[in-house]
Design a protein around this ligand. Structure first.
Ligand SMILES: CC(C)(COP(=O)(O)OP(=O)(O)OC[C@H]1O[C@@H](n2cnc3c(N)ncnc32)[C@H](O)[C@@H]1OP(=O)(O)O)[C@@H](O)C(=O)NCCC(=O)NCCS
Length: 334
């Protein structure tokens, strides 16, 4: 089948593109209820693509057909610390939506080609994506390769009266608004990025999680004790009538060193509800020993499995990206 007549436009992102994406996503994702798509707000999409990102402004490709915009796809830059100490620029392919009446007609495949071409014209070491099952075929056709697979973990519910560190010292958990978190993150020291990981430093966190609509999508909890001080970014999600606490992110980037404590804190701060998270760290870090009892959701039962996929034409060695830490917020759904 020939597919629709298309014009493809790719360029640096502009603020009016956010409303176009949100409108297309409402159409493309109409099978998913709006409450399950908390990231699809104009404010959030605009912030994610703007130059507030410490890695720079996004690029976008838009497909037009018969005088209307029918597809949106973008690439958002990140910094990755390579094993040799170099900082590489990687572009995360994101915000992919095709008008419902034109899906499965080849538009998405052409848009991926347009974005990859636009990325290649930027300072770019690699492009990567965490595909969903619907978009997977399109990325495979463009030569995408999985380098890693994350687990979807459910940490079983348990109510506790107090939160303590493994050595027994007590931690306080205080709900905070985004406005209150802003000065807090200025006072909590960053942790150095480990080679082979994306840079998730203070400026990254402020851009990613502290936008004007942050309190509508997520909630923040300050965890504080004699030797610990961190901020959890949490969300809520309902699946088959069960309310989950989603562990979206944590500042500073301590999950590799404090895996068990961060999960326990999310469970405590979420009122003992089950905690949902996506990560590839559980089998890799010693700090996961002693983590609360978790179930790894089997791939066949996972509504959103997450794998790290690299696209071709990269200057990066696979090993620099293959074991980069993934946490729920990284695949951009919250
Ligand atoms: C996922 C999505 C972006 C893909 O875009 P698309 O335009 O539908 O993609 P394409 O048409 O290029 O390819 C999709 C499938 O249609 C098939 N196809 C392409 N042209 C076709 C044609 N002319 N006739 C019949 N089938 C065709 C492709 O072979 C492909 O099959 P496969 O994925 O099983 O290999 C789009 O379907 C969408 O917006 N879905 C809802 C939102 C979503 O899930 N976004 C992804 C977030 S990561």
């Amino acid at each position: 089948m020939a597919g629709p007549e298309l014009t493809l436009e790719s360029r640096p992102w502009r603020s009016e593109d956010a409303a176009l994406y949100v409108q297309l996503a409402a159409d493309a994702f109409r099978i998913v209820s709006p409450w399950a798509r908390p990231k699809d707000s104009v404010e959030f999409v605009a912030r994610m693509h703007s130059e507030l990102n410490p890695s720079g402004r996004a690029i976008v490709a838009i497909a037009h057909s018969a005088g209307r915009a029918v597809g949106h796809f973008s690439a958002i830059p990140w910094r990755l610390l390579c094993r040799d100490g170099r900082t590489a620029t990687g572009w995360q392919l994101s915000c992919f939506a095709i008008a419902a009446d034109l899906q499965r007609a080849g538009v998405g495949t052409k848009l991926v080609g347009a974005v990859l071409q636009a990325v290649a014209a930027q300072p770019a070491d690699f492009a990567f994506v965490y595909p969903n099952p619907r978009s997977l075929g399109v990325f495979l056709r463009h030569g995408g390769r999985y380098l890693d697979q994350s687990e979807t973990l459910i940490c079983l519910p348990r109510k506790r009266r107090t939160l303590t560190t493994p050595d027994g010292s007590r931690l306080s958990c205080t709900p905070r608004t985004a406005h209150e978190v802003a000065p807090l993150v200025q006072s909590i020291p960053e942790v150095p990025t480990r080679p082979g990981n994306f840079v998730k430093d203070r400026s990254w966190f402020v851009w990613r999680h502290l936008g004007p609509d942050a309190d509508a999508r997520t909630r923040f909890v300050q965890v504080h004790g004699a030797s610990e001080h961190f901020v959890l970014v949490l969300a809520s999600h309902r699946v088959r009538g069960i309310e989950f606490t989603v562990l979206v992110d944590v500042y500073p980037d301590i999950l590799p060193d404090r895996f068990a404590l961060v999960l326990e804190a999310a469970r405590y701060a979420g009122g003992g509800r089950p905690v949902y998270l996506t990560t590839n760290l559980r089998r890799r870090v010693a700090s996961a020993q002693g983590a609360p009892w978790t179930i790894s959701v089997p791939r066949w039962a996972d509504p959103r499995s997450v794998g790290t996929m690299i696209m071709p034409k990269t200057t990066l060695a696979d090993e620099d990206l293959a074991h980069s830490a993934v946490l729920t917020g990284d695949w951009m759904s919250f």
